[in-house]
Design a protein around this ligand. Structure first.
Ligand code: GAP
Length: 456
């Protein structure tokens, strides 16, 4: 595989995602809505798992970060103070001939990509969506759909300090819907108009910010690697000073090798004391911190790692995608990390005969409280394995007629296609151990293993 090529094309991925119920265009039966996507029954599980893994690593497993869930609509003064009303804009040009509008940064030539016509001068276009509170559409009632979740955390800084009693350095994390009226959307879910962000604001003592910035760049890279993203598909990109966002002192992107090339997956910014200072001045409320060790009052600096959930989903989908020769065919599968796999266990009865089906349904009933499962009794067992491979299901449990006699079931592994036969009573613990990544796996009494390719 050449170094700068993704294993899967975007067309293939989009089609597989639609066919298997990961992601559909929004309002599909009406022709879709540009830049908006719906997650299907499998996609919603993948999304929940990615968010859950982020929350666990960011909030649950740390002493120094607390969670929040702030509102999407906020007082418009927030966006004035944050600089979004003035600066959250893209430079746009318009074709004098066909009147299409283009993002000036995206153009390599000074003519319209659609018709070749001449372009106007650049004009700034604010990418926040506006709406109104109350029944009368008057200026006083204008509110914005948030383009990021960060501001909800800045304006709650004192609430967080007072109620959590955390001392610096500490962070506030949240995830949630964000909206941007992007001029150009595309590359599937990479750039949308409605998307989710997972981000946290890590408040530190000024002077220690660079150390913490480096720390978080490393930690965030480790998080992706732990969940299976290949190290060679991740790179860091340091923004040159002249291209930084209005609030940032420095910013490093974690970039990923998407099918359309290397692009930003996550941004890690040193936002200095910009945000708290702005909100302090605009609201008239002090957002200073009292350091009881040094007896100083100061405004903390903020390090902010921020990733789009949908972009993370795209990266995990691309990275897990695989095609393998299998006899005369090609086996398509997702090698998802077990924590991320949408379906953990599929229960597959070999036949629909009532005695076998009843047995399989009982097995399913004992497993479904513990794992996200699927019960599938349609088509041949080979096709069902293929379907589960395309969903990235790590384990299939097959119930055959022998099971009725010896009370054993077969576990088939997605990646190796090896099969092990274990007593039904040991299924839950065995699957739990395997999903938790236990390398040293001991077969329960009476268990048996078939390696791929062996004829035993
Ligand atoms: N609070 C900082 C912030 O919002 P950003 O770089 O503008 O920073 C954070 O956005 C992350 O959100 C990006 O790294 C990217 O993963 C994701 N993101 C930004 N715009 C997006 C869009 N239009 N569609 C999908 N994801 C987007």
């Amino acid at each position: 595989m050449p170094e700068n090529t993704s294993k899967v094309s975007m067309e293939k991925l989009v089609s597989l995602c639609q066919r298997r119920g990961f992601i559909f265009p929004s309002s599909d039966i009406y022709g879709g809505l540009s830049g908006c996507w719906d997650y299907g029954p499998v996609g919603v599980e993948l999304k929940r798992n990615i968010k859950e893994a982020w929350w666990r690593a960011t909030v649950q497993e740390r002493d120094d970060i607390i969670g929040m869930d702030t509102s999407i609509l906020m007082n418009s003064k927030v966006w004035e103070a944050s600089g979004h009303i003035k600066s959250f804009s893209d430079p746009l040009v318009e074709c004098k001939n066909c009147h299409m509008r283009w993002k000036a940064d995206d153009l390599t030539e000074n003519k319209c990509p659609a018709c070749g016509g001449t372009l106007t001068e650049e004009r700034m276009f604010n990418t926040m969506f506006k709406t109104f509170i109350g029944p009368v559409e008057e200026d006083a009632a204008i509110v914005y759909l948030r383009p990021e979740t960060a501001q909800g955390m800045f304006v709650n800084f004192q609430n967080a300090v007072n109620t959590s009693r955390k001392r610096l350095p500490f962070g506030i994390a949240q995830m949630g819907k964000s909206f941007r009226n992007e001029i150009t959307t595309g590359n599937f879910i990479f750039r949308s108009r409605e998307f989710e962000i997972m981000e946290f604001e890590y408040f530190v003592k000024p002077g220690t910010d660079e150390k913490w910035f480096d720390y978080w760049v490393e930690e965030r890279l480790k998080w992706y690697a732990k969940l299976g993203l290949k190290k060679e598909h991740l790179r860091l990109y340091q923004h040159p000073k002249e291209k930084l966002a209005h609030y940032a002192h420095s910013c490093t992107d974690v970039t990923y090798l998407f099918p359309h090339g290397w692009a930003e997956l996550e941004g890690i910014a040193n936002r200095t004391d910009f945000d708290l200072k702005q909100h302090s001045v605009a609201s008239g409320k002090s957002l200073e911190y009292f350091d009881d060790e040094t007896k100083e009052h100061y405004i903390p600096y903020i390090i902010e790692p921020s990733v789009g959930v949908d972009r993370a989903i795209l990266a995990f989908l691309c990275d897990a995608y695989d095609e393998e020769p299998d006899k005369d065919e090609i086996r398509v599968l997702f090698h998802f990390h077990p924590d991320l796999a949408p379906i953990k266990v599929a229960v597959l009865p070999l036949s629909r005969k009532e005695n076998l089906a009843a047995f399989a349904r009982d097995v399913h009933a004992t497993l479904r409280p513990c794992f996200t499962t699927q019960y599938d009794d349609t088509q041949s067992i080979g096709r069902r394995y293929r379907r589960q491979d395309e969903l990235g299901t790590p384990y299939c449990v097959t119930i055959d007629f022998q099971s009725l006699e010896d009370n054993m079931a077969t576990i088939r592994e997605r990646d190796s296609m090896n099969q092990i036969r274990v007593p039904v009573a040991a299924l839950k613990n065995t699957l739990q151990a395997k999903l938790a990544g236990e390398d040293l796996f001991v077969l329960p009494e009476g268990g048996k293993i078939w390696k791929q390719g062996s004829n035993e």
